[in-house]
Ligand binder design. Structure first.
Ligand code: FE2
Ligand code: FE2
Length: 340
């Protein structure tokens, strides 16, 4: 029992293969000490031979423990559905087909997922949740967007397809990234704990922008069902999922901020998202904003500025060119002069 406790204590967080070897050595030392203690307890003569035998067997026991633990780990993981840190690290491999597809077909979403993962990891560390689980969950939370990446603002470069669609149609496409993501997770046998991030990262929130738009465009007597504009859920069921949901909102806010005409003001808004983490300071968000946050919407178009996720901002980005403030001011001056 004491050896088992030593093994549990010795392994700590299993992120490197060396961890098992070190834990095995630790178990060997404890085994040897226990063997000598038992010899003394049984009032056996403590000769050099008996001590060497106890030490040797103790170390061999520790070594065998390490070998069996390392060899049996993959079997135990799949048999009992255990999600070890090593398994989580394996899931972060960018060469995995689903992550490769995400990077290729939806580079904006891929970048968004990494940024959310970084935020969620830091926040989880701060509150004592599992940082690695939160980061890996974030990498997969939007995999459903590979089906239609161009309908999500982070992947749009030019025209916004939502400009020419009915709000209910837009809402259906946007919410389907969750349902398709869940389906895809099943197909690729994603561990349940990671797959749970997909439906839970939006909870049961409503796509307010499209709901309002539908209500505004509704014909007299037409009934708009709020259910058509709601994510299926469920709400986050564990700490890391809740943290990732918040990180998703923060990343979307930083993305929104980068679209602002006023750089300083926008980055101040982005800064509100950080939890004492310098990586989310203005200086670090700025290069990303120029390279990846290709948001062309106007800051004045604010119907959904409080919407928490980039998915909700999909309807926000307008393909209409926006006039810079200086241009508008000059035009007004010309009009005033013309009147006089
Ligand atoms: Fe999403
Ligand atoms: Fe997201």
């Amino acid at each position: 029992m004491i050896s088992c406790a030593a093994a549990v204590y010795g392994i700590g967080r299993y992120r490197e293969r060396q961890s098992v070897t070190l834990a095995g050595l630790f178990v060997g030392v404890v085994n040897a000490a226990m063997a000598i203690a038992l010899l003394a307890y049984a009032e056996q003569p403590l000769t050099l031979n008996s001590i060497l035998l106890a030490l040797g067997l103790g170390f061999v026991g520790g070594l065998l423990t390490a070998i069996f633990a390392a060899g049996g780990l993959p079997i135990n993981e799949s048999l009992f559905g255990i999600l070890t840190d090593v398994k989580l690290l394996e899931l972060s491999n960018a060469d995995l087909p689903v992550l490769g597809q995400l990077a290729l077909r939806a580079p904006g979403t891929n970048q968004h997922s990494h940024a959310v993962g970084q935020l969620a990891e830091d926040a989880s560390r701060a509150v004592g949740a599992n940082p690695l689980l939160a980061r890996i969950g974030a990498l997969y939370h939007d995999i459903g967007k590979v089906a239609a990446p161009e309908y999500f603002v982070e992947n749009q470069q030019g025209e916004n397809p939502h400009d020419h669609m009915r709000p209910s149609q837009s809402a259906r496409i946007i919410t389907s990234h969750v349902t398709y993501g869940v389906k895809l997770a099943k197909e690729i046998n994603l561990p349940k704990k990671i797959a749970d991030f997909i439906p839970q990262h939006h909870g049961t929130r409503t796509l307010h922008f499209f709901l309002r738009k539908a209500q505004a465009e509704a014909k007299p007597g037409e009934v708009i069902d709020e259910k058509d504009f709601r994510y299926p859920g469920p709400k986050p069921q564990f700490k890391e999922a809740a943290i990732m949901m918040l990180a998703d909102s923060c990343e979307a806010a930083a993305r929104f901020a980068s679209a602002s005409r006023s750089g300083k003001h926008s980055f101040d808004r982005g800064e509100n998202c950080r939890r004492g983490d310098h990586r989310w300071s203005a200086g670090r968000v700025r290069p990303d904003a120029s390279g990846n946050y290709h948001h062309s919407g106007s800051h004045d178009q604010r119907p959904n500025r409080h919407l928490p996720c980039s998915d909700r901002l999909s309807g926000f980005q307008s393909s209409q060119p926006q006039r810079p403030a200086g241009q508008i001011a000059r035009r007004r001056t010309r009009q005033r002069r013309a009147r006089h």
